[in-house]
Design a protein around this ligand. Structure first.
Ligand SMILES: [Zn+2]
Ligand SMILES: [Zn+2]
Length: 259
């Protein structure tokens, strides 16, 4: 059975127990990272994801807390000797940001066969995600993954993953304030993983995340991307529970959600 594993659950400021928010969808044949915080290849091995199954990364937007692990992910895949194409999906500006960062880091010197002691080439395929509702990013025998643009300070997508085997679906809001496109994407979803950063433009409070879960008829709400440092975590949960009658969890690093 497929599973979605939380690799980090904090907002941009992490603490001792919570890394920045990102996650991996693990199937039998393929695994897909969604955003990319610190030391991704280390964490994938900690949670037991076979690196040979990792074939894609979906970037929701290019704020640093969501993409800073990309350079070391690509360096690690190259050192691992990856031969199969690795796909990176994201909004146009996010793809441009990542390629610019990689160029500044002079990745062509190693990733494209320039290093004399390791002449293999890392095949990376960048693909822009259309900023429209219902864009189908990945269709595989195991998963159907669709996106929708949400309301943040830069172009950002929410991601819906559906298991073809079970029909179950999980939606990850990414960073957003409450918006219609997210409500439509998450309608009737089994698990809504929703940010709860707080009362800031382009973000949501835990109460707004609870209200969104109620509106969508979600089976469960998992709060993520909250400011954990010095925070009343139980207060966050209660604020969401005041709006949503279903189960509410605070995401934990390395929590596993079967799909
Ligand atoms: Zn963020
Ligand atoms: Zn952001």
């Amino acid at each position: 059975m497929a599973r979605l594993i939380i690799l980090g659950s904090a907002a941009a400021l992490p603490d001792a127990c919570r890394d920045n928010t990102y996650m991996v969808l693990e199937g039998r044949e393929s695994s897909i990272l969604i955003d990319c915080g610190g030391s991704p290849l280390h964490k994938l091995q900690v949670v037991g994801v076979d690196l040979d199954t990792l074939d894609s990364l979906i970037i929701t937007h290019h704020h640093p807390d969501h993409i800073y692990g990309v350079p070391v992910l690509l360096l690690g895949l190259w050192l691992y000797g990856r031969q199969e194409p690795f796909h990176i999906f994201g909004p146009r500006r996010s793809v441009a940001a990542i390629t610019s960062i990689m160029d500044l880091l002079e990745w062509r010197d190693w990733a494209f066969g320039g290093a004399q002691d390791r002449p293999c080439t890392l095949p990376v395929a960048f693909q822009e995600v259309e900023m429209r509702e219902g864009h189908r990013v990945i269709e595989s025998p195991e998963f159907e993954i669709t996106t929708a643009p949400v309301e943040h300070s830069i172009p950002t997508i929410a991601v819906k993953v559906m298991s073809r085997e079970t029909g179950k679906a999980i939606v990850y809001s990414s960073d957003t304030e409450p918006c219609e496109a997210l409500a439509r994407l998450a309608q009737g979803v089994d698990i809504l993983i929703h940010e709860g950063t707080g009362d800031y433009a382009g973000h949501s409070t835990p109460a707004q995340a609870g209200a969104m879960a109620k509106r969508c008829g979600a089976g469960k709400l998992v709060l993520i991307h909250f400011s954990a440092l010095g925070c009343d975590l139980e207060g966050l949960r209660r604020a969401a529970e005041a709006e949503f009658n279903g189960p509410v969890e605070l995401a934990e690093d390395f929590a596993v959600y079967p799909l």
